[in-house]
Design a protein around this ligand. Sequence first.
Ligand SMILES: Nc1ncnc2c1ncn2[C@@H]1O[C@H](COP(=O)(O)OP(=O)(O)O)[C@@H](O)[C@H]1O
Ligand SMILES: [Mg+2]
Length: 328
Amino acid sequence: MRNAGDVVLSARRLVTTFDTPSGRLRAVDGLDLHLRLGEVVCLVGESGSGKSVTGLSLMGLIDPPGHVTCDEFWFDGHDLTTLPESEMERLRGRRIAMIFQEPLSALNPSRRVGDQIAEVLRIHGLASRAEATRRAVELLGRVGIDDAQLRARSYPHQLSGGQRQRVTIAIACIGSPRLIIADEPTTALDVTVQTQILDLLTEMQTSLGSALLFITHDLGIVAELADRVVVLYAGQVVEEAAVEDLYRTPGHPYTVGLLASVPDVDAPRKRGVALAAIPGTVPNLLEVGTGCRFRERCDRAHDRCGAEPPMITLSEGHRVRCWLYAGR
Ligand SMILES: Nc1ncnc2c1ncn2[C@@H]1O[C@H](COP(=O)(O)OP(=O)(O)O)[C@@H](O)[C@H]1O
Ligand SMILES: [Mg+2]
């Protein structure tokens, strides 16, 4: 792992529920997550596995009818379970930044991008009104936007998707976040632009020394980017490992299935390698009972899988939630 530093975020038994007309569903169910400064952790799983809800929960962005609870939540040395809501919001807003798949949703459509950046600089107290416009242009240049002076006067819809994502990265990094959460930030972009945006993101992360939680379903990106990987299935972590361990010796039958299309982390890294199609679908979260949530789709399922599988440590940092490894 490259420069794994201090733990910046530590969440224990994070649960996010939504009250729906058909009942309460647990979109995230007992997640343990520890992120260190300087590391890139990829959160992977099929659509509907709870990746976005995890990111939003960590950011404090879940609104009713959603509800988040956590046994422990430490961020940057603060115990967020005891902080008043207002301070918690301030801390998260400044020190955790989130980047979304669709940059348009993060930008105000009716304001010039330079003005939007300038406003964030002022809010963070980093520039006076007079300075902010100049600093905004500088920042646009810093994130690789050509003709920054001219582009600062553009509205979001006048920029390309890649340029818009550069703008949201610039804005996200203004407060020097200790943690950046990026939720499929390149999924909507062309492959060549994807590469540029990933390079920019990791360059910003490295220069800030922050942690990066990168949410993706693209295993090519995972192989390239991740120090560590967390695999989610139906709201639960089913496996967690350093990227090399996960690709070389995946433990959970679900991970084995996902990786079927990617033989080795050292194999030529192909972008756009989607998760292999595993027959069947993620269970309806309103209907999951006890036991392993993957058992309906698992070719190694056994009677005991009707009981909740234990989380088992295979080697340092490699954990898997599966009965196959119990009693070894
Ligand atoms: N606001 C909401 N209300 C009810 N259910 C939600 C809401 N947001 C997400 N969910 C449910 O939570 C589950 C996880 O969703 P999500 O985190 O978006 O998945 P992913 O990002 O992995 O594709 C899904 O079953 C989804 O339907
Ligand atoms: Mg999502």
